[in-house]
Design a protein around this ligand. Structure first.
Ligand code: HMG
Ligand code: MG
Length: 299
């Protein structure tokens, strides 16, 4: 059997990456109930919202209220996406435990998503990281478009490694590699991870696969073999990025957990409760779950 980690940290991004892309308005109470149910399933990290410009992503505008309404479960870290110092201050005001900055390996995507170049985005994160480090708030760094860009096509893994290293050097404790549009396949994912791992210790890497082409589980398996021990996913396969045409949902958390359970990898997450959380939000959105495992376990 190949080498696989004994334990994986699951990072649930459904309440943020999932709901940021919904066209309809989602009640604050629904967002809160989803987060509470996810935490109750034992997830160690729940990305509960984002403090970006409400003009850019109106879906996340009420994240402050969401953070105030959740029932904090000890053992769960509640994190938030923050694009700049203003976002960081709003996140801290809402008592986020951890924040995340987001950069890209593609210039065109950086422009579309954050209205600036890659270098400008990194410069914007510097004061945020200085403040966060001073205040003892851990900062995660995302890199988008690691296996392809909706505007530029193929992305050079060397560029991914360079941006990842810059985020690490600034003080990010973990770098999440985002296949934003879900185009990657296992060999490409492995090549990219190996190249990044030459600059960022593999223990600090996370993977974040959208499942547009149905490759996410295979890619995660390849990442585990490369030594990655942190996996992002969204319950019920919610998700997408409003500034990445063609980006479908994230890999479903239920499907990831089912695979990890089958591999004998410990996560601390309860599958039945996770499925219930996914069915709750699918019901609230009025559509079937995108998780194959949830559908199989529910029917
Ligand atoms: P900008 O328009 O260039 O910024 O946007 P600005 O600094 O000129 O500010 C414009 C206005 O926004 C001002 O207000 C600011 O105060 C306000 P006005 O004076 O016009 O009334 N503003 C803010 N308000 C609240 N909170 C803030 C904030 N910042 C500015 N934090 C900016 C630049 C980066 C802010 C904008 O482009 C933005 O918010 N982008 C976020 C887009 C986004 O959230 N995308 C989805 C998340 S990324 C993703 O999904 C990928 C990921 O999942 C990984 C993967 O899959 O690859 C993470
Ligand atoms: Mg994403």
């Amino acid at each position: 059997m190949v080498n696989l980690p004994g334990r994986v940290k699951m990072v649930e991004v459904g309440p943020r990456d999932g709901l940021q892309n919904e066209q309809r308005e989602i009640a604050v109470a629904t967002r809160i109930e989803l987060i509470d149910r996810l935490a109750d399933s034992g997830l160690p990290v729940v990305e509960a919202g984002s403090f970006v410009s409400p003009k850019w992503v109106p879906q996340m505008a009420a994240s402050g209220e969401v953070f105030k309404g959740i029932e904090r479960r000890s053992g769960t870290v509640y994190s938030a996406l923050t694009p700049n110092l203003k976002g960081y201050e709003r996140a801290i005001e809402a008592s986020a435990d951890e924040v995340a900055v987001f950069a890209a390996a593609s210039e065109s995507f950086a422009q579309k998503n954050t209205n600036c170049s890659i270098d400008e985005s990194l410069a914007r994160f510097r004061p945020l990281l200085e403040r966060a480090l001073e205040e003892g708030v851990p900062v995660r760094g995302y890199v988008s478009c690691v296996l392809g860009c909706p505007y530029e096509g193929d992305i050079d893994p060397a560029r991914v490694a360079q941006v990842s290293a810059a985020l690490l050097e600034m003080g990010c404790f973990e770098i999440s590699l985002g296949d934003t549009i879900g185009v990657g396949t296992p060999a490409a994912a492995r090549r990219m991870i190996d190249q990044v791992a030459a600059k960022v210790p593999v223990e600090k890497l996370a993977v974040h696969f959208h499942d547009t082409y149905g490759q996410a589980l295979a890619n995660i398996y390849a990442a585990l073999q490369a030594g990655v021990g942190v996996v992002d996913s969204a319950v019920a396969g919610l998700g997408g990025c409003p500034y990445a045409p063609g980006a479908s949902g994230n890999v479903a958390s239920e499907d990831v957990l089912y695979m990890l359970n089958g591999l004998g990898i410990t996560t601390g997450v309860d599958l039945k409760r996770l499925v219930e959380a996914g069915n709750f939000i699918s019901g609230a959105l009025g559509r079937p779950s995108n998780s194959r495992v949830a559908r199989a376990m529910t029917n």
